[in-house]
Design a protein. Sequence first.
Length: 117
Amino acid sequence: MKFHDTELKIMDVLWKEGDVPARQIAEVVGAQTGWNINTTYTMIKRMIAKGAIERREPHFICHALISREKAQATETDDIIDRLFDGSADKLFASLLGRKRLNQKQIERLRAMIEEDE
């Protein structure tokens, strides 16, 4: 499932806070974006229809049906396919060319690569 930036704001609240009332999501997202409560509720209802969020009663409690890890994996796969011709090593090379890594980061990457082999 792919999320738009506005949907990610709502999902981020759920991923950080866990199950919360829609009103709380509206308060957090409204403070970040200036949206009114109706805009946020409309977005939540769309995301319920999309299958990303489940509504629980009482009190319109929202529950994320998609984990952050699953969303990240989907987005990463999409980026690799669209921008790097399906090649993860091209993505990795691009990332390494953008920022110098410290020794701890290099060691973590080596461990991940060894674990994947």
